[in-house]
Design a protein around this ligand. Sequence first.
Ligand SMILES: Cc1cc2nc3c(=O)[nH]c(=O)nc-3n(C[C@H](O)[C@H](O)[C@H](O)COP(=O)(O)O)c2cc1C
Ligand SMILES: [Mn+2]
Length: 476
Amino acid sequence: MAFKDNRQFIEALERTGDIVRIKQEVDWELEAAAIARRSNEMQGPACLFEKIKDYPEGFGIFSGGIASYRRLAIALGLSPDIPVRDMFAEYERREQHPIKPVVVKDGPCKENVMLGDDVDVFQFPAPLIHDGDGGRYLGTWDIVINQDPDSDWTNWGTYRFMLHTRRALVGQPLPLSHLAMLLTEKYVPANKPMPVAVVTGADQLSTLVGGAGYRIGESEADFAGALAQEPIELIKCETSDLLVPAHAEIVIEGEVIPRVTQMEGPFGEYTGYRSRPGGDGVICQVKAITYRNSPMITMVSLGTPIDEAGVSGGITMAMAYKRRLKKLGLPITDVSLPLEGACHVVVVGVTKGGNEIAQQVRDALTSRRVPITKIIVVDQDIDVFNFGEVLHAVGTRCHSVRGVMIKEHPGRGNPLTPCYSTEERAHGLGATALLDCTYPLDWPENDLPVKSSFNTIYPESIRQKVTENWQRYGFK
Ligand SMILES: Cc1cc2nc3c(=O)[nH]c(=O)nc-3n(C[C@H](O)[C@H](O)[C@H](O)COP(=O)(O)O)c2cc1C
Ligand SMILES: [Mn+2]
């Protein structure tokens, strides 16, 4: 079962005790985001802020919707307690069956329509998220929609957008994003404004796919349908032909103006740092705003792990990396990104290891610009989703000379990652350490140590007896 909107999802979170409804008035200026951040850092519940200072009753902020794998499981209609490995397997299965969206004539996002001179983005309680941010962000956990003028490809991406003036937002889609690519390759040469829609408060699965790295020509809406296991309902914009999720809370319709830039940022980034000053951002001239009654902005109070951006990166990057490695025929079991690593640490399980395979994994994963700084390759007896086991392997199986292989990647580094110097950031220089925890292939089988754990060093009969009698022994 999928949730059409955040309102249904919030009800589900209430049933499982995974959300706090905050009725007390909170300030859009830092307070709401600080509360959400603290809850994230305590691995606490999602937050629904129902009364925001300076704003009418009912204009709310919803944060932390899927800031844990438990809540992502709920969003996917799975048991909150499903093992992460099983959730990944189900996600991978669903992703293989994209479902095209359907277009509807009427939808809740049209309950209110603001047009022309009435347009005022300040009428919504856009939060100031971090002290030192360049402005108030209406778009963080959002979907920005644009269209290839030469085909039927519609792109969705999660890109942040900040309030600029009453009728303009400023955002920072990076040069390699599909939005920036369509803008610079198609609209700028034609000197035509590019229609966009900045959607805040779409359902969580649609927003999740906005942040996932699908390929040029692939429509994220089809993958949102895949995850929801039913078509996403879309509805036409008032001022363009773009189609937007019909159950979204707020839709900002606008145009990106070619070659016009304004100051955007700085911002506390997903790496967990404010790692660079503000810079040139694209301007979205707002032409209309449509919104639901009592609209809720979705906000990610981005920062140190774990928040919903980290969870979304954790699962979507693992899927993308696994696809890439499998395509190359590498003997992969599973891929995971420990959430605490802010998408910079990747663990890859292999059925057959050895240095050569580990290096092939590393080369495949770093062939494009990626945030990865550490790649850990483990044999298949290590559970890549159990970071205690992974660290045990790093400590005991990774030879500190033979097993650690470093490599620099000119032009492929992530300039937001603080380990890089100003010089490296300017040139996009990246570096990766490969931690090969696999046993060398030429070691004789009987030289391999026997792992001394309950599951590996006791005969099946004893394990069964112990498990069956567990409570009788006095354990709970
Ligand atoms: C919360 C959040 C905020 C993001 N903000 C930006 C951003 O401002 N600019 C950007 O280029 N990418 C941003 N990203 C990453 C993109 O969403 C991601 O690269 C995605 O693949 C972009 O879609 P595209 O591949 O269709 O361009 C953000 C991701 C998340 C989860
Ligand atoms: Mn895309």
